[in-house]
Ligand binder design. Structure first.
Ligand SMILES: Cc1cc2nc3c(=O)[nH]c(=O)nc-3n(C[C@H](O)[C@H](O)[C@H](O)COP(=O)(O)OP(=O)(O)OC[C@H]3O[C@@H](n4cnc5c(N)ncnc54)[C@H](O)[C@@H]3O)c2cc1C
Length: 64
């Protein structure tokens, strides 16, 4: 099985992973990041969480 390794587990990395799947890549995807936590969607974190409207666990990055 083919493996595609993507370095960076944020917007660019996850967008690359989604694009690979959308174009028919059926192999193993390995997404490497430096974070201690799972990827999260950053804009709503700053827009909602810091305003006290929500909690960060509501913002997993798409496809995470
Ligand atoms: C709290 C917050 C709120 C934001 N809100 C907005 C907003 O409202 N609107 C907006 O336009 N932008 C916003 N941004 C900015 C936006 O999130 C960034 O522009 C976007 O995340 C850039 O994505 P990226 O994938 O290019 O880089 P990054 O998000 O910086 O991701 C880089 C990835 O590479 C990995 N990496 C780096 N070095 C290494 C290494 N040596 N080994 C392994 N992995 C490594 C990191 O772990 C990370 O996963 C916000 C950012 C934050 C932090």
């Amino acid at each position: 099985m083919e493996t595609l390794a993507i370095v960076g587990a944020s917007l660019a990395g996850l967008s690359a992973a989604r694009a690979a799947r959308a174009r028919g890549f059926a192999g193993r995807l390995v997404i490497i990041g430096d974070e201690q936590h799972r990827p999260y969607d950053r804009p709503p974190l700053s827009k909602d969480f810091l305003l006290g409207d929500s909690v960060p666990t509501n913002y997993p990055a798409p496809g995470a």
